[in-house]
Design a protein. Structure first.
Length: 394
């Protein structure tokens, strides 16, 4: 991990050595700049983007030169303020903190939105990141209230939080592997409030996921559909993978990250074991490219002539930095290092001329719907910044 930390610190020195406001821009006539300077320029784009409650930047289409903007109710909305908080932590530049506070404030009304399981993505990535920086008691209250609302989606008979409400005519009680990520909000709510209710719900959900979401090869099912009365499994399907039996790359990443995070809060060896098994499936997969950036689904029959998913790589790499702290397996450190090296390049960092608040290209959102294909997506940046911060802390 030391070599990773050195690389990160070299970048951080370049960030703090000059103000973000002093970086070159496209009008300067500079054609060849260092990758570190290019990153610095991309960070500046976050400050240049105007605060707008209806325009949280979710992704960018280079063909149309359009930013896909969403309101705070969208599941991805919390990542943008989260990125600003992380940029503040990386650079120490107060401008990022000021902007983060503005965007986070807009998110507050979502604390009462019980129509989504994505409360963790939305509220912990924004208010949670902000609370770590500021210790603001208001942020603490919002975190607890958000967790309280998320808990209303828990079904005791199923032992899980309900994921989606749509497709209710065919999915009686759907639970997706992504939902593991929202448990951090519950664990944190118990930690800061002392109310064990949230922690207990998180454990029950994790145990149900552990029981039903993994195949014999430790790949993950995307959607498990339950009978809400009996609690029994009715179906196992996909919504974003290639087919019901395939290994959707970002789904595998959510599983690795989710169970690593659950182990942090509980020290339950079963969670650690699943994180290790899921990581082994991912890292040892014959279809994982040499550069560490997976194709959007490990089982797409058209590999290698298919799109990749940078977001799956950043989620997994960030998770494996944490997992490496619980074991002596060097493969976790090696993968995180490989991803960092790969992404810190002109192939993956957006051009300095693109006027959009994103850092990395080549993430894939929803392949079955051909939506957000091979583009910059906000959560790809979020876990890339988290990867940098986690390496810095080592």
């Amino acid at each position: 991990m030391i070599r990773n930390a050195i690389k990160v610190l070299v970048i951080l020195i370049s960030f703090t050595a000059s103000s973000c406001k002093d970086v070159p821009n496209k009008s300067s006539g500079i054609d060849n700049i260092s990758v570190d300077s290019l990153l610095n320029i991309r960070f500046q784009k976050y400050l240049d983007y105007d605060v707008d409650s209806l325009a949280f930047p979710r992704s960018y289409n280079s063909t149309t030169n359009k930013i896909f903007k969403v309101a705070s109710k969208d599941w991805t909305s919390g990542f943008y303020p989260g990125n600003l908080w992380q940029l503040y932590n990386l650079t120490g530049d107060e401008a990022f903190k000021t902007k983060a506070i503005e965007w986070t404030t807009i998110m507050e009304k979502e604390k009462t939105n019980g129509g989504t399981h994505d409360m963790g993505f939305k509220m912990y990535c924004s208010f949670g990141e902000g609370y770590e920086v500021t210790g603001n008691e208001k942020y603490k209250e919002v975190i607890i209230e958000s967790a309280t609302k998320l808990a209303t989606r828990f079904n005791e008979k199923v032992g899980s939080l309900r994921s989606w409400d749509f497709n209710s005519d065919i999915w009686e009680f759907p639970v997706i592997i992504d939902n593991m990520m929202n448990l951090e909000l519950l664990f944190e709510a118990t930690r800061i409030s002392g109310d064990s209710t949230f922690h207990k719900i998180a454990i029950k959900h994790a145990n149900t996921t552990l029981k039903n979401h993994f195949r014999e090869d430790n790949s993950s099912v995307h959607v498990v559909v339950y009978d809400s009365i009996s609690g029994k499994v009715k179906d196992k399907v996909t919504h974003q993978g290639f087919n019901d039996d395939s290994a959707w790359a970002r789904g595998q990443a959510w599983g690795i990250y989710g169970f690593t995070m659950c182990y942090r809060y509980t020290k339950n060896p079963l969670y650690f074991e699943q994180a290790v098994k899921s990581a082994a499936f991912y890292l040892n997969n014959a279809n994982l490219p040499d550069d560490g950036i997976p194709y959007w689904d490990f089982n797409d029959p058209e590999i290698p002539n298919v799109v990749k998913d940078v977001s799956a790589a950043t989620i997994t790499a960030s998770a494996l930095v944490e997992l490496s702290s619980y074991t002596n397996d060097n493969s976790y450190e090696d993968y995180a290092d490989k991803v960092f090296k790969t992404l810190k390049s002109e192939e993956y960092i957006l051009s300095s001329e693109i006027e959009a608040p994103f850092i990395l290209d080549h993430s894939t959102g929803n392949w079955p719907k051909k939506d957000e294909m091979d583009v910059p997506i906000v959560y790809g940046d979020y876990y890339f910044l988290e990867l940098m911060l986690r390496n810095k802390k080592i």
